[in-house]
Design a protein around this ligand. Sequence first.
Ligand SMILES: O=C(O)C1=C[C@@H](OP(=O)(O)O)[C@@H](O)[C@H](O)C1
Ligand SMILES: C=C(OP(=O)(O)O)C(=O)O
Length: 429
Amino acid sequence: MTNKIKPLRGEITVPGDKSISHRAVMLGSLAEGTTEITHFLQGADCLSTINCFRQMGVTIENNPEQNKVTLRGKGLHGLKQPAKTLDVGNSGTTMRLMSGILSGQTFDTVITGDASIQKRPMGRIITPLSQMGAKVESIPGGGLAPLHITGRKDVHLHGIHYDSPVASAQVKSSVLLAGLYAEGSTSVTEPNVSRNHTELMLKMLGADLIISDTTATIQPNPKLTARKIEVPGDISSAAYFIAAGLIVPGSQLVIKNVGINPTRDGIIRVCKQMGADIAIENIRNTDTEAVGDIIVSYSQLKGTEIGGPIIPTLIDEIPIIAIMACFAKGQTVIKDAVELKVKESNRIDVMVNNLSLMGADIIATEDGMIINGGLPLHGAAIDSKADHRIAMSFTIAGLVTDSPVDVLGADCVNISYPAFYEDLNRLMR
Ligand SMILES: O=C(O)C1=C[C@@H](OP(=O)(O)O)[C@@H](O)[C@H](O)C1
Ligand SMILES: C=C(OP(=O)(O)O)C(=O)O
């Protein structure tokens, strides 16, 4: 069967940012007053966060038709012990950020997630939280979930300075959130700056938090006051349409209202490096985050090198960048991205194996991959390994292969972008 290539044209608004939606529920639950969240992401990961906080006594109304969530915060010390194990589903963000919050509670909890979560490293949060005096135990051992977190009845956590070995917003946020419950200040320094949504939202709600270069420092026990939170469109979801616009001949797309926080905008910078016809218009600020409309047109891309401080700003976009690199002239080298091995799947192996199957010239390296672009890609059956970013990346590749790509387990897009296929089909009409 051959594939008829159809250009993508028109305007699209992508769903709300996943990282910011999680944080809005978490911090709203710890604030005093009513939080109204608009453009909330109705992805399974964020619904897991809602469920966990409901189990700890927070009243949360979710209106999926309007993507609106309203919740009544309990204050820093108002959560109650859940009746059963907290289940984060597939969400690493929920697991790691909540572990920081739970470390500061007076009650015990057990927290776990699906098969993928139970393979992902939690030692990276157990180490700093333990240094703060928290008692976080891996039940199976080896730093894996489920985790048992013992409440701190008499002893308080104490602030630390943590020199994180990884640039990870989940590690940084977990420690800063535990810092809300510590004696003394808590700071985290990371090797490169990771997304700073936790810091920006905490500040907006009234926390005493200072960001200086690669260090964030928080003072304990603030009064957090509920505010309206407008969630920008998720640049990680926009990335699939950016790529489609660039690689499908004849395409031109406007992606409205996308979060362009500089700790997340690496994909835009890489597209420019690759010679893309891409621009941002209508830049404005919400209370905490910059947003803009992304305009993108089909372009002949060229290879590039990606590594160093830009990596955390585009970590979830590397699978789709690898697809773009296959359509670029020349070589693309992606390095310093070893973190890809501990996401929902090993994203280096899964990208390299599947793109090789489709005829790409790609090899895995220890911390990334090297792609020689320009070879035609063929259709194939691609196992998504239940990883939403993999499923969406290969769907976009399949728009320009000579025969169809069959993505197995494609319903995992539900984790971060439930309407992905509907939105894509609408732009191809
Ligand atoms: O804090 C967050 O919301 C996230 C941080 C990143 O993970 P790491 O902190 O593990 O890099 C990213 O990959 C994930 O999709 C969301
Ligand atoms: C890695 C991701 O999310 P999490 O760590 O929250 O599971 C992702 O969405 O690509």
